[in-house]
Every structure is written in C-alpha cells, then in structure tokens.
Ligand binder design. Structure first.
Ligand SMILES: Nc1ncnc2c1ncn2[C@@H]1O[C@H](COP(=O)(O)OP(=O)(O)O)[C@@H](O)[C@H]1O
Ligand SMILES: [Mg+2]
Length: 414
C-alpha cells in the first residue's frame, strides 16, 4: 500500500508531502493543485506501464495513454529545471522508499520549450538496505560497475523498469530485491484514474470487455459478470436500492442487433428501464459499485470529484461503502472532493488521511496539510456543522495561513 508521496518542484508544489491511506480525501479550492497530485500518481503509473519519460509525459499513441496535463513544458514547477517524486510504500510490513528525479534540457532557440528529459537520480530503499541507486547525466546512466555491461543506454527510461527488462538476461539483484522491484512496479502499474461519464456508461459493450474503462465504458459487461454470482448480485442490488430511491429488483442484459451487451434495470414495481434512460446518478453509482464490489478489487483508484452528480443526502452512504470496502480489500481509493458531507461523516481512519491543498499567498506555490493537524481540527470536527461546515466557511485555508505565519515567526526568532 502506498503511504505517502512527496512532490518536489512538480507542477505547483515546491516541496510537499501527501499522506495516503486506504481512503484518501483531498479538498481545496479550485486551481489549488488537487489534480496536480493526480498527475503525480499518473506519472508513477506511467513507470508501472514500462514507458519512457517522453511517453509518460507526452502521451503514448495507440496505448490509450494521454499526456500528463500541461505535458513537457508544464510538468516542472515554473522556473525550475528538475522535479522529483518520492513514494513511501508499505509492502507487507516492509517500508520501501522510492525516489525518481527527472531533469530537463530546454530548446536552444526557445528556452520556454523543453527538448528532453532524463532520469538524473533514482533510488530504491527497502527497509534499511539500498536496492539500487543510480545517477544519470542525460547521456547514459551511471550505475554500479557490476551492472554496467548489462544495462543499455536508456537515460529516458526509469531504472526500475530497466531492471525488469534485463531480468531474463542476467540476475542483477538478489532474489529478495528482485521481488521488491517487481512488486513495486506492479503497485505502480495497478492504478486507475476514473472520470466517469454517464454518456459512455449508457453505451452497449462488446461481450468479453469486462474491465470498466476510465470513463465507465463496458459497464453492461462488467455488471453482467458480477450478476452471474447470485450473492454478489444481491449485495449489488441492495446497495443500489439504498443509494437511489429506485427499488432495483433485477438486472437484465439483452443483446442488441450487433450482439453487443445492453443494460436494463428492473424495478420492484415491474417497470424496466434501459441504461439510456437511467439517471446519471444511478449510472455513477453502478460504476462505483462495480469497482468496489467487483471480484478481488486491487490497486489504487483515483476518482476526480467522486461526489459529482450525487445527491447530498446519499453522499454519506457512498462514503460508508468506500470506507468499508477500502478497509477490507487490497484497494486504495483516492478522491478530490468539494462535498462537505463527505468530510462531516468521515470515520476516524478517513479523517487521518484527509488533506487540504491551498496556495501560499506570497509565492502562489501550493501546500498540502493533513486536516487532522490543523489547530483544533479534532475538536471542531465533533462540534457544530462538523468538518463539512468548516470547509464551506473557508476555515481550512484560514487555519493553514495562521499556522504557516506562526511557524515562520517562530523560525525567524531562532
Ligand atoms: N508547472 C507549473 N508550475 C507552477 N504552477 C503550475 C504548474 N502547472 C500548473 N500549475 C498551477 O496549477 C493550477 C491547476 O491546478 P489543479 O491541480 O488543476 O487544480 P484543482 O485543485 O482545481 O484540481 C494552475 O492553475 C496553475 O496555477
Ligand atoms: Mg481538479
């Protein structure tokens, strides 16, 4: 499980760390930097997919991999030449620390335009031992001599990936270290970034396409698979009836003339409704349920604004479902949100992994702070309108500004 991510000169973060848990909630004003955090996770996912830096940042044609927002010219904090990401992972009790630093070179004729990236430093520490540590000059990575004959010149490919590529040729690492590298790579590979689109979810899907797309594509086939198991089907229908005023008694999956799978919802009153006329909110719930109640869900799911399209009266129920599933399964859920109820009704575990992102007034850089560490947050959470009320009132930003000024004043005195 990923425990933390540190962003240095990445987008609008100078040097900030986000605490990550089974369910991580990120709040903050518009354009504060919430989605920039998602972009950092996408970068890690790109490593897990085995891509080069150019592909991770600029997109990979034909692989359904879009560029990181802002692409090459805006991934590094303005005015800087390099960025780094540092991830803390708990791997069955072992603490891993992975760091990747990426340097850039500008176009000779246009300093605003970045010409190339390379991995200038990369390190993996497992427990107290270093698994590898490499430095790159942009020409070829400088690595330990024993490895040198085997590693090709790929200054633009993370060493973590190269170690896997060369695994077949030669044993570069001890079996234990090799296993750590493989597991970390697969943690990075197992990330999904969902931005659900009801329009996409309404479309029939091809038989066998049983993985929900990032916009919710293939919903009918995914649901059909879940409904093949009577127990899961019942759980699914029960949650859906709780989440929506509609009493769903059954799901049907008729084929269209092209043999694609369609979705029909049967209500207890005997009415049947096709996905085409199901409400946006119902479809969003269906998609989230199919992830959370799917068979062995694993990996990290990042939802952009999970509360979109969901009635405030039902948000706490969605929260309950996520908290329950994330705690018992091998999954991590992260979301950005503006929903005050999601904060007010969060349990103690979620409260610990709730962070607020806001901008410094002077430099406009973004800061990330755990809500639980803001002054009196624990007390205020239990009083009045709860954390949601504080979010609405803008208390979080004020509290951060207060602590920052306070810390600075203390620092000056030293
Ligand atoms: N390379 C960069 N350097 C400094 N600031 C950046 C950079 N790239 C983006 N930003 C800032 O990040 C903001 C967008 O943040 P974003 O994460 O999309 O906001 P939100 O919190 O609404 O999701 C932009 O308005 C811009 O100010
Ligand atoms: Mg955003």
């Amino acid at each position: 499980m990923i425990k933390s991510i540190r962003l240095v000169n990445f987008k609008n973060f100078a040097d900030e760390t986000l605490r990550v848990g089974p369910f991580t909630v990120i709040v903050g004003a518009n354009a504060s930097g919430k989605s920039n955090i998602r972009d950092a996770f996408r970068f890690l996912n790109g490593i897990g997919r085995g891509y080069t830096l150019a592909e991770i940042i600029g997109g990979k044609y034909g692989a359904d991999w879009k560029p990181i927002r802002g692409a090459a010219n805006e991934i590094i904090r303005f005015g800087q030449l390099l960025f780094s990401l540092e991830v803390g992972v708990n791997l069955n009790g072992i603490e891993l620390h992975y760091l990747i630093e990426v340097s850039s070179l500008s176009d000779r004729d246009d300093p605003q335009k970045i010409d190339k990236f390379w991995v200038s430093r990369e390190q993996l520490i497992s427990g107290a031992t270093s698994v590898f540590h490499s430095y790159g000059s942009g020409e070829r990575p400088e690595i330990e001599e024993s490895l040198e004959p085997y590693i090709d010149i790929h200054p633009d490919k993370p060493f973590l990936t190269q170690l896997l590529l060369y695994r077949q040729k030669v044993e570069l690492l001890s079996p234990d270290d090799q296993a750590v590298v493989e597991q970390l790579h697969s943690i990075f590979a197992n990330m999904r970034f969902l931005e659900l689109s009801p329009a996409q979810m309404r479309e029939p899907s091809f038989p066998g396409a049983n993985i929900l797309g990032d916009s919710g594509e293939n919903l009918p086939t995914v649901l059909e698979e879940i409904c093949a198991d009577p127990e899961r089907k019942k759980m699914f229908a029960d949650w859906l009836s709780e989440l929506t005023p509609m009493d769903v008694a059954d799901f049907e999956f008729p084929r269209d003339p092209h043999d694609r799978v369609c979705l029909m919802l049967g209500e207890a009153n005997g009415r049947r409704v096709s996905a085409y006329s199901a409400s946006d909110g119902t479809l969003r719930f269906l998609a989230m349920l199919s992830i959370l109640l799917g068979e062995n869900p694993k990996g990290l799911y990042f939802f952009e604004e999970i509360d979109t399209g969901i009635h405030p009266a039902r948000q706490w129920l969605l929260l309950e479902l996520i908290e329950k599933q994330a705690a018992k399964n091998d999954i991590q859920i992260m979301t950005t949100t503006h929903a005050s109820d999601l904060l007010t009704f969060a349990n103690d575990g979620t409260f610990e992994n709730m962070s607020v992102v806001c901008r410094r007034e002077d430099s406009h850089d973004a800061i990330i702070r755990p809500v639980a560490e803001l002054p009196d947050a624990k007390k205020l959470r239990k009083s009045g309108r709860g954390l949601g009320g504080l979010l609405t009132e803008g208390w979080m930003e004020t509290a951060i500004a207060f602590t920052e000024n306070h810390d600075e004043a203390e620092g000056d005195g030293e």
